[in-house]
Design a binder for this molecule. Structure first.
Ligand SMILES: Cc1cc2nc3c(=O)[nH]c(=O)nc-3n(C[C@H](O)[C@H](O)[C@H](O)COP(=O)(O)OP(=O)(O)OC[C@H]3O[C@@H](n4cnc5c(N)ncnc54)[C@H](O)[C@@H]3O)c2cc1C
Length: 307
């Protein structure tokens, strides 16, 4: 029986694990993999205390920090995905996809979120055949080609910025009336002759042969349809929280995000806390995820010791 099991090895889970080990709680951290979402970022400029860091390096640093506490108090279980949480009388069972069961008094959920998928005609057919969710990973495959980016938030514009450096052209498509990205981010690329954008459009379909070769959309106001030639479609339309395994024991909001008390990060199920991008917190960033996880750990520690 553990005092605490931490689910997820991103900035939130790693932060909770370091604090838990230092407080000598009998803890396990169970994660599919370490690092979290921003491992695919070329450079992160706002990880406080570090002016610039490659996303992969940040992920490796988090893992190294956790592993430095592995031992009597901290078990590190990597490569396991959580399937289900079961609430028992005075404890919980954490069940993984390989049907291993771990017992614990308390849980911190920090399983973050994953990319929202493009859901238009033929999108599933061309996933990984031109449709991609990671410019840093796949962008160079599209050097000197015409590509499209779906989504006009910061992630969409940052993706366009990366791609415009080596692609022939980048067309950014936003379904809303306005871009949601920060002005400073939009301004950086807007004057680039290789960059073009459309707002207020509805995406209709992806076409191609073995791989994508075009994207069709229509102007929501005029109804005019347009097809552009593109061999790559980079999707940046937001996130879906990784919380399906928890919904039977606690409350989630309409988007599947875990409802927490923002003072303590406690969920609606006593004994379970949540932190980072899997929660209904208003803002999601690396520093926030780690800070929230520390808050959760401090509260869980008092709860466990008073049990
Ligand atoms: C491309 C990109 C760039 C970004 N750039 C920045 C930036 O520059 N600055 C910034 O502050 N923020 C940035 N962010 C946001 C930042 O990455 C997130 O806010 C942060 O990663 C959230 O941390 P987290 O620990 O809550 O979740 P995540 O980072 O999502 O980590 C979740 C962890 O849980 C694991 N996991 C998920 N489901 C399961 C399961 N069922 N079982 C077991 N383990 C599971 C995952 O493997 C992962 O280890 C960026 C995000 C993206 C996508």
């Amino acid at each position: 029986m553990y005092d605490l099991i931490i689910l997820g090895g991103g900035p939130a889970g790693s932060g909770a694990a370091v604090y838990a080990a230092r407080k000598l709680l009998k803890t396990a951290i169970i994660t599919n993999e370490f690092g979290g979402q921003s491992v695919v970022s070329e450079t992160i400029y706002n990880w406080i205390g570090t002016k610039e860091i490659d996303g992969m390096e940040l992920g490796n640093n988090l893992k190294d920090h956790v592993l430095s506490y592995k031992g009597e108090y901290l078990d590190v279980i990597e490569g396991e995905k959580i399937k289900e949480l079961i609430k028992e009388n005075d404890s919980f069972s954490v069940v993984t996809e390989s049907d291993k069961v771990y017992k614990t008094k308390a849980i911190i959920i920090s399983t973050g979120s994953s990319r929202r998928k493009l859901e238009i005609l033929n999108a599933d057919k061309y996933e990984h055949k031109g449709i991609t969710y990671c410019a840093s990973c796949d962008g160079p495959l599209f050097a000197d080609q015409d590509v499209a980016v779906i989504g006009g938030g910061n992630a969409g514009f940052e993706t366009a910025m990366q791609l415009v450096a080596y692609c022939k052209s980048v067309t950014l498509i936003e379904s809303g009336l306005d871009f949601k990205a920060d002005k400073i981010t939009i301004d950086k690329i807007s004057e680039n002759p290789k960059f073009k954008s459309y707002k207020n459009v509805e995406l209709l379909k992806v076409d191609g042969e073995q791989f994508v070769n075009s994207l069709t959309f229509k102007n929501k106001e005029t109804g005019e349809e347009q097809t552009i030639n593109t061999t790559g479609i980079f999707v940046e339309i937001g996130q879906t929280p990784n919380t399906s395994f928890a919904k039977n024991v606690l409350d989630v909001d309409n988007f599947g995000r875990i409802v927490v008390d923002s003072r303590t990060q406690m969920t609606t199920c006593p004994g379970i806390w949540a932190a980072g991008d899997c929660t209904d917190g208003k803002y999601h960033q690396n520093n926030i995820a780690t800070g929230d996880a520390v808050k959760a750990l401090e509260d869980a520690y008092i709860w466990i010791k008073n049990k």
